[in-house]
Design a protein around this ligand. Structure first.
Ligand code: DC
Length: 236
């Protein structure tokens, strides 16, 4: 890809565990774009709330005060060359991937003050384009004018088996039923909340990843991205 091509914004949304992050990383790597995992930011806030015993069953003053003490940044890991989330100066990439955080992140993410703080940060990170961000509300709320929006879904049983294998690689053993419960529960909470619910943007292109490989997912998004970049560069 020529460096003088226009830098677009790519928003990838979809259900938990259907390969959004893997696809977003692959696409960002190929295009030389910044990759930001917005779910990691919600997970980092959840980790902070759990560590500091901040209640999150309903909005409260402790939660609002805690949000002022939470500073989330990203730092590129020199080995993987991927940005990793930093919570108040601490690398928390593996601490945010535990079953405990996974079980609590959707209830934390429903609260408007949490969402407002993170959406603001996500929009700052995306200024100037050249970014691939994945999440639940990226094409609808964070970057409603993104040049390319992708909505990903997959059969929930297939998602559970894939997630089980991913966790097993990290030494975390869970049954498919436990994972299925977590994925279904998160999908329900994420889709039904009032603020920034998970939904397909009207102009998003859809991929069902149930029967395709990671390489095929990445390839499909790259084809769309290159089409959009080409159209944009011919209009300049
Ligand atoms: O992408 P993930 O599974 O790591 O995201 C974890 C949770 O964070 C997800 O269940 C809901 C929340 N989330 C969100 O509400 N909005 C986003 N843009 C990204 C994630």
């Amino acid at each position: 890809m020529k460096t003088n091509n226009p830098k677009i914004t790519i928003a990838i949304d979809g259900y938990s565990g259907c390969g959004k992050s893997t696809t977003a990383k692959g696409v960002a790597q190929k295009l030389g774009y910044l990759y930001i995992d917005s779910g990691a930011m919600y997970r980092a806030v959840t980790l902070y709330f759990l560590r500091h015993n901040i209640p999150f069953d309903k909005e409260n003053d402790q939660m609002l005060a805690a949000l002022c003490d939470i500073h989330i940044t990203f730092e590129v890991n020199p080995e993987t060359r991927l940005p990793e989330v930093i919570l108040n100066g601490e690398k928390v990439e593996s601490s945010i991937r535990t079953p405990e955080v996974a079980a609590n992140v959707s209830p934390v993410s429903v609260h408007p003050p949490v969402r407002h703080a993170l959406v603001k940060l996500q929009q700052e990170l995306g200024q100037g384009g050249g970014i691939v961000m994945d999440g639940r509300d990226i094409g609808t709320v964070v970057f409603p004018h993104a040049e390319l929006k992708v909505f990903m879904s997959a059969d929930v049983k297939i998602r559970a088996l894939r997630r089980q294998a991913e966790l097993a690689d990290k030494g975390i053993i869970m049954t498919p039923d436990e994972i299925l419960y977590n994925l279904e529960n998160r999908d329900i909470i994420d889709s039904s909340r009032l603020e920034g619910p998970l939904k397909k943007a009207m102009d998003a292109r859809v991929i069902d990843t149930s029967k395709i490989t990671v390489a095929e997912q990445i390839e499909q998004v790259l084809i769309w991205a290159n089409e959009v970049i080409h159209e944009k560069s011919s209009c300049l």
